[in-house]
Design a protein around this ligand. Structure first.
Ligand code: AMP
Ligand code: MG
Length: 342
């Protein structure tokens, strides 16, 4: 299959691009498109065969549910029940935006493979002009996980989607680089108080400012019964092993020397200000303590490591303020919990 990449952030044939995307989706195909978090791979959420193609293209385990994307807030009532007053407040405040709400599903509407093994459905309204235009032209919900091969970092540029899925999907809508850079926050609204199943683009502080205290699910990748099925799988992994390291310039320089003495080539992912001139590669992800910038740039930096011949990657940890929780959640998964210390 030939994969077409069509630019939709300039005026060139934009209308035709949406028409083609809508045609492919209506005939049961998949299309990659930008959202404000990461690129998604969409299929019509009520079409089981179409949704199956998402799992095939990604190589995604079939027990991991997909998020349903809608183009209008009111559409949530077509798929979900038990929408509480708190949920209404959150939708008012955050939609369109990077917050996925998990509700009890209305049975028999969304295709069974969107919500395998669960009685719930995760829904969000993305805050990106291309995603919203596509959803509204289509007039139907899109089941859409991130548009990467399963296990890889999520794509924040159309080229990342192409690297992973070229030959496997017919169309990528290229809307440039995504803004938030990490996936949506997944919040389970079926229990009281609600539980954050995955930290993301809407922080706990932002959510609590609207509805009061929420809880955080234990972030245990080895857990036998994860609350969010996706928690148990390998995620965001580069080719070389990745270790988290303290935010300490001197310690990083020593670590690089030690590893190089063992004959290893070392890539470092860290803040703009650090001078680690002995590293074989240094990928800067934004000003130190700017966790929002780090979220935006993290996946691109991890992917850049795959274009080096690094034997090991050291990623500098952040504090847990604001987006720091989402960043450290992704780094913990990318490293499978490994830390480097001298
Ligand atoms: P992705 O599609 O790669 O952004 O991953 C979506 C995440 O949301 C996965 O970790 C899923 O397990 C989680 N998720 C989606 N729908 C549900 C649901 N109904 N209940 C619990 N978790 C969900
Ligand atoms: Mg994903």
């Amino acid at each position: 299959m030939e994969t077409k990449v069509v630019s939709v952030d300039n005026a060139v044939d934009t209308k035709g691009s949406y028409e083609r995307a809508v045609d492919i989706l209506r005939s049961g195909g998949v299309v990659a498109f930008p959202t404000e978090t990461v690129y998604g791979l969409g299929a019509i959420a009520t079409n089981e065969q179409a949704v199956q193609k998402i799992f095939e293209a990604k190589g995604r385990p079939s027990d991991n549910p997909l998020i349903v994307h809608i183009g209008n807030k009111e559409d949530v009532k077509k798929y979900a029940v038990g929408i509480t007053a708190d949920a209404e407040k959150l939708m008012e405040e955050f939609w369109p935006g990077p917050l996925t709400l998990v509700f009890n599903k209305i049975p028999g509407i969304v295709a069974p493979n969107v919500t395998p093994g669960v009685e719930t459905v995760g829904i969000r309204m993305p805050n990106h002009p291309v995603a919203l235009c596509l959803l509204r032209e289509l007039g139907q919900p899109l089941a859409a996980p991130s548009a990467n091969r399963s296990g890889k970092p999520s794509p924040t540029e159309a080229t990342h989607v192409y690297e992973d899925l070229s030959g496997l999907i017919p169309l990528i809508l290229d809307g440039g680089q995504t803004g938030v850079g990490v996936e949506s926050t997944v919040l389970d609204m079926t229990i009281v108080p609600p539980v954050i199943l995955r930290p993301g683009g809407a922080t706990q502080e932002m959510i609590e400012a609207v509805i009061g205290p929420v809880e955080t699910a234990a972030n245990d990748t080895a857990s036998e019964a994860p609350r969010s099925p996706g928690m148990k799988y390998l995620h965001y992994a580069p080719e070389a092993p990745l270790f988290v390291i303290s935010q300490d310039e001197e310690e990083i320089r020593i670590a690089v020397d030690t590893l190089q003495n063992e004959g290893k080539k070392v890539a470092v992912i860290g803040p703009d200000e650090f001078n680690v001139s002995n590293a074989d590669w240094y990928f800067a992800v934004g000003p130190i303590y700017d966790n929002e910038a780090m979220a935006t740039n993290l996946y691109r930096a991890i992917r850049k490591c795959d274009f080096t011949s690094a034997d090991i990657i050291l990623a500098v940890e952040t504090d847990l303020n604001g987006y720091g929780v989402a960043v450290m959640n992704r780094l913990t998964k990318a490293s499978e919990g490994k830390r480097y210390s001298n």
